[in-house]
Design a protein around this ligand. Structure first.
Ligand code: ASP
Length: 421
């Protein structure tokens, strides 16, 4: 990475950090002065912040389909052969699976030990029989699109991934015509990255508005009521972020995790303020390639895949929520039910879209599969906003950690860039 690029990135991160702090202060000020000047609050929160924040988030989202499609297709097409696709794909998926299982198991163990739902007042919650389990087989069948254009148009990420991998494989196998198509795909990919740069110019304003609005609307009193659950989820997320991922980088990747922790900060800022792995994807991709030194070949395959299927933070929240809700209703979870939570949270995390609040919606499927009252969601929903922002940070960090490990093991990590300041 050139010095100029590095200076730009550092300056950009500094401005976004300032925007984040300013947004938090503005949000808290509005939140605490609720009702004092209702018209000003409406103008600021529902008009100004909404306009600036949503325009920015929409602009980030508009990058997602072209970015995933062109980078994944180009990434697969740039592999040396089908064997490499199998190896990189296999390693990536295995690591995504392992990190998710570790995340949910750790979350379950903590929740069983610390009992966050033991003395919470359950009088307000009514039991509703679980809904029938979601048709998993249909979900698997539905991953293969019958119409790729529709998949792209409706932003069905799993279908887009399947189509991009198939198309990339076909390009790889098609000899000279394949190489011509690959050159076009690569060129468009470069142009899309420029589009990313343009959208990023507005990041400080967007981040400020998104955060100010989110915090202005936060129900602090609800958080206090569920403080044990809230702090436990936060603690488990933090553990995954600063202990599990760095340990994996060291043991599986043979890397010093400190540069990873330092350089991921920029990605965290976006993830936290947008609450969306998808919206953060352009930044994750850029940081993993340009600042952490993974090759384009590996990053363009692992990162879009991870943003869609790898959600460690979401799995943590779902694991703790299951135990919390069970404790709330005085239900003792059997070993079988606990194992179902691990399995279901892993599957649900794959199926969760990388958009705000998707994880809490998928929690309904996990609860009903385990045989727990879905109604319990009503209670934790009130405190989910801030947790959603935080678990998105963990979700994108898992993608970046796995991507770096796979790149390292493939000999596709530029160690000089990785270690650089
Ligand atoms: N907001 C999360 C993400 O985009 C998904 C979730 O709600 O858990 O990664």
């Amino acid at each position: 990475m050139t010095d100029a690029l590095m200076r730009d990135a550092a300056r950009q991160t500094k401005w976004i950090l300032i925007a984040l702090v300013a947004g938090a202060i503005a949000g808290i000020a509005i939140n605490l002065s609720k009702g004092a000047l209702p018209w000003l609050e409406t103008v600021l929160v529902d008009v100004v912040f909404r306009l600036l924040g949503d325009v920015f988030r929409n602009a980030l989202m508009l990058l997602v389909v072209p970015l995933v499609f062109f980078s994944l297709t180009g990434g697969v097409a740039s592999l040396r052969n089908l064997g490499e696709l199998g190896r990189v794909g296999g390693r990536t998926l295995a690591l995504y699976l392992v990190t998710t299982v570790i995340a949910v198991s750790m979350a379950l163990a903590l929740a069983l030990f610390l009992e966050p739902g033991a003395d919470v007042d359950q009088a307000t919650v009514a039991f509703v029989p679980p809904a029938p389990p979601p048709p998993l087989l249909d979900q698997i069948i539905g991953m293969v699109p019958t119409n790729p254009v529709q998949a792209l148009a409706t932003m069905n990420m799993l279908q887009i991934i399947v189509f991009s991998i198939l198309l990339g494989t076909a390009i790889l196998m098609a000899g000279e015509p394949g190489q011509r198509v690959r050159a076009i795909v690569d060129d468009i990919g470069q142009v899309v990255m420029k589009l990313v740069t343009i959208v990023m110019l507005f990041a400080p304003v967007g981040v400020f508005a998104l955060l100010a609005r989110a915090i202005a609307d936060l129900g602090f009193d609800q958080i206090v009521k569920l403080i044990q659950y809230f702090l436990l989820v936060l603690g488990a997320l933090l553990l995954q972020l600063v202990v599990v991922f760095p340990l994996m980088l060291r043991t599986v990747g043979g890397l010093d995790p400190r540069p990873w922790l330092r350089k991921m900060r920029e990605v965290w800022l976006y993830a936290f303020s947008t609450s969306s792995s998808n919206a953060t994807l352009p930044v994750t991709l850029r940081v993993v390639e340009q600042r952490l030194g993974a090759s384009n070949r590996v990053a363009s395959f692992t990162i879009p895949l991870g943003a869609t299927v790898n959600m460690n933070g979401t799995a943590i929240m779902q694991g703790i929520a299951c135990v919390f809700i069970a404790q709330l209703y005085g239900i003792d979870l059997t070993l079988e039910q606990l194992l179902t939570v691990v399995g279901m949270a892993t599957v649900a995390a794959i199926g969760t879209a990388g958009v705000p609040s998707a994880g809490i919606v998928m929690l309904a499927a996990v609860l009903s599969q385990v045989g727990l009252p879905v109604d319990g969601i009503a209670l934790i929903l009130a405190v989910d906003r801030l947790l959603d922002m935080t678990r998105t940070v963990v979700n994108v960090s898992g993608d970046a950690a796995v991507s770096i490990i796979v790149a390292r093991r493939e000999g596709e990590l530029d160690l000089e860039t990785y270690r650089s300041a």
